[in-house]
Every structure is written in C-alpha cells, then in structure tokens.
Design a protein around this ligand. Structure first.
Ligand code: ADP
Ligand code: MG
Length: 409
C-alpha cells in the first residue's frame, strides 16, 4: 500500500505543488486511484465526502498531460463533468493549485457566466475543462465546443449527477467524447441508482475502487445528540450550541420552509447567519457561501439539495436541526466537518419522533452515538425506546413502533 506521494509516479512539479498545499500523504482513494489511472485503466471509485477525490483524478490527469504533451495549440484534452457550478469552480481551483508549476491551462464552462467570457476562453488553448453537463451540451449544440480532442473523461459526483437527472446528458456527452482513451467515475456512494443509471459502455473494464477511509481519515468526527422536548426547546438548544460551543457550523434543515423559519428566529436573536437552498439564484448562493467562507458569518443554514457537492472548508460543527431522511444522507452531511485531518463534531438535535432515525443512523455508522445534556436545558420527556428488529430489517406491516407512554417528571 502506498504511503507517500513520492511513491506515486508524479513529476517533481506536481509533488512540489502538493507539498505547498499542505498534503502530507495521499488519502486512501488517492493511493488507490492514482496508480491505476496512470496505468491507463478506467476507474470506478467511491469514497466518502471529504476524502480527497478531487486530487485523486486531477493529479493523474495532470501527470498524463505532462507525459504526453501536446504538440500544437488546440482544444481541451481532459473533460471533467461536475453536477453543479460551485463544484466546477472548486474542482478548477484545486486543479489550478495543483498545476501551478506546470504550463497547463484549466477552464470552466458552466451556467451563470456570460457567453462572451466563454467565447474568449474557447479561442485559446485549453488542457482541462471543468463543466456542468447541461451548459456544456448547449455549447456543443451551438458548435462552440468540440469534444473530439478529449482523451480523458472524468465524472465527479456521479451519484449526484444521476440524482439531478443528468444521466441522459452525460451519456450524450460520453458519445461526443467517443475517441477518448480513459474514463474515470467518482462518487460518494455507488448505492441507490448507482452507475446503472448510465449506459453500460461508459466505462471499459474499470478498476473498482471502494476506498474505506483509513482510521485517521475517519476517526475525527465526534458525534452526539441532544434530545429536545419540542420546537422551542430545540431552538434554545441550537442557539446555545452555535453561540457558545461551535466556532463555525453548518445547520441542516429538511425543507426551505423550515430554513426560512429558523432564519427568522436567528435574526430575532441577532445571530448572524448565511443560508443556501435549492433553486436559489447563483449570485445569491455564491454570496452566501463567500460570507461563510471568509468568516463574515459563522453559521450557514442549508438544505441537503443545496449543500451537496460544495466544499466548505473548516466547519467545526455539523448540526442536524432536522434529521436527514436516511442514514446515508447523514453520512453526507457529517462529511462536511473534520476535513483533511482536522477534528470535527456532528450534533443531532432530536425530538421524540426522530429517535428511531437516530438509532438507525448509529447502527449504520457502526458507532455508539451518545446523548449529551446541556445544563438547565435537559429534556423532560422520557427517551422513547424502540424494539431492535433482528436480522429482518425490512419494513413490516407494523412499522409504526409503539411509543412508550411518556411520563412527565
Ligand atoms: P471529496 O471530493 O472526496 O469530497 P475533496 O477532494 O473536496 O474531497 O477534498 C476535501 C479536502 O481535503 C479539500 O480541502 C482538499 O484540499 C483536502 N485534501 C485532499 N487531499 C488531501 C491530502 N492528501 N492530504 C490533506 N488534505 C487533502
Ligand atoms: Mg468531491
């Protein structure tokens, strides 16, 4: 097993950029994917959020471009598809940082950018283009972009692209890039629709990489929960946590209505926050993220739809103000903290009806998530207990667990 970047076949100019970025050693997914990609294999990789998937495809792509330098100016040779504009910009930023000691050019093609800007870009030589599928398709149809020179096709957050309905567009783009040599697919999970949502010939005999993060990559998130008696109690707990315990938190809510309500409450309490939600105008979302990123505000409210795929650095706390709809989404959420060697905290604030999901999550992440209390804010209701179902975990007709009658103290 590879332990150091130096053991990977990377040029010194990439190694020095890696060092400058402060990466000490490759993450699991990087250690596994980079050699295979450099060997010319297609890649099908899954690894949890925050485990360095970006560099796992950017580094071999940069190495490939240096191993086989272009002879004359021309169009892009590596195409990276991402589900969202934010993610495209983040991937491009990281690629530029890693390519800083090379002469390689990296561009983005996404919605929300003036046509004119792109037009200038497309007249120049590009090595790597990071694009969102919909916008790129428009460009191809308008004959403003040509995939014939693409040698590597990379799909980042493939699960998310499928969720967003980009399956057919990606297949179409795959057709457009049919002269490519290699295809790399990265995803947080291969569950759900998995890659079956894409055509079978997208990947050719891929190296299958399912990177279990190492202990040191994973064991840094302290998870616990607080029980709340009702909505007011829940809000009081949250205010206490975000003002007194957490440095920077992202607070997850299940709907935009719930988000709007919480925003109003925090405003009343004069706790500054930024917020993102699905279908928000791009500039407002960027603005919110920028305010959070630069520390103008230390609380970001988000729905799952809005937050997926966005890299938010240095989040000390992830707070589940609403429990997610599945344990898998829980993992996605808490992956926002403890990034890249830092420690993190994941707190769930649960009401009685959330207890079952809390238990399910604990089983899923295979950890004992403990209850904690805040002085003077202890819950008064008794913790509901659910019978553990043995083996047969499928929903039976008697799904509704019987709640024990709660005694008031
Ligand atoms: P993913 O795509 O798996 O969610 P990212 O590629 O966005 O994860 O990486 C998450 C964070 O970890 C980024 O801030 C990135 O700069 C950092 N990172 C990536 N690789 C390493 C490494 N080998 N060592 C330290 N930090 C890393
Ligand atoms: Mg990623």
């Amino acid at each position: 097993m590879i332990k150091n970047f130096a053991e990977l076949d990377l040029d010194p100019n990439l190694l020095s950029a890696i060092e400058e970025m402060g990466f000490k050693r490759p993450t699991q997914v990087q250690a596994q994917a980079i050699p295979q990609a450099l060997d010319g294999r297609d890649i099908l990789a899954s690894a949890p959020t925050g485990t360095g998937k970006t560099a796992a495809f950017v580094l071999p792509a940069l190495q490939y471009l240096q191993d086989f330098p272009r002879r004359k100016p021309g169009p892009a040779r590596v195409l990276i598809l991402t589900p969202t504009r934010e993610l495209a910009m983040q991937v491009a930023d990281q690629a530029r940082a890693l390519a800083k000691n090379t002469k390689l050019n990296i561009f983005t093609i996404t919605g929300g950018v003036q046509y004119q800007e792109h037009a200038d870009i497309l007249a120049t030589t590009q090595d790597i283009v990071v694009a969102t599928p919909g916008r790129l398709m428009e460009y191809i149809k308008a004959e403003r972009f040509d995939c014939r020179a693409i040698e590597w096709l990379v799909l980042d957050e493939a699960d998310r692209m499928l969720d967003m309905g980009f399956g057919p567009t990606v297949d179409h783009l795959s057709q457009e890039c049919r002269w490519r040599k290699q295809t790399l697919l990265f995803s947080a999970t291969l569950e759900g629709k998995g890659v079956e949502g894409f055509t079978a010939d997208l990947l050719k005999d891929p190296a299958d990489i399912d990177a279990e993060p190492s202990r040191s990559e994973r064991k840094k998130i302290t998870q616990w929960y607080h029980r709340a008696d009702n909505a007011e109690h829940k809000l009081a707990l949250l205010k206490k946590i975000i003002t007194e315990q957490a440095e920077r938190s992202i607070v997850f809510l299940k709907t935009r209505e719930r988000l709007a309500d919480l925003r109003t409450e925090l405003e009343k309490a004069q706790i500054p926050c930024a917020w993102i939600q699905g279908e928000m105008p791009q500039d407002r979302r960027n603005n919110a993220i920028a305010r959070f990123r630069d520390g103008t505000v230390n609380v970001l409210l988000a729905t799952d739809v809005a937050a997926r795929g966005i890299d938010l650095p240095d989040v000390s706390h992830v707070i589940n103000y609403d429990m997610p709809r599945s344990a898998d989404v829980y993992l996605h959420r808490i992956g926002r903290t403890a990034r890249a060697g830092k420690k993190g905290n994941a707190i769930s604030i649960v009401e009685a009806h959330d207890q079952q999901m809390m238990d399910r999550v604990a089983r899923y992440v295979k950890e004992d998530i403990k209850e904690r209390f805040i002085k003077e804010m202890r819950p008064t209701h008794k913790k509901p207990v659910f019978k553990k179902k043995k083996k047969d975990d499928k929903k039976k007709s008697t799904t509704k667990a019987k709640k024990k009658p709660s005694k008031k103290k």
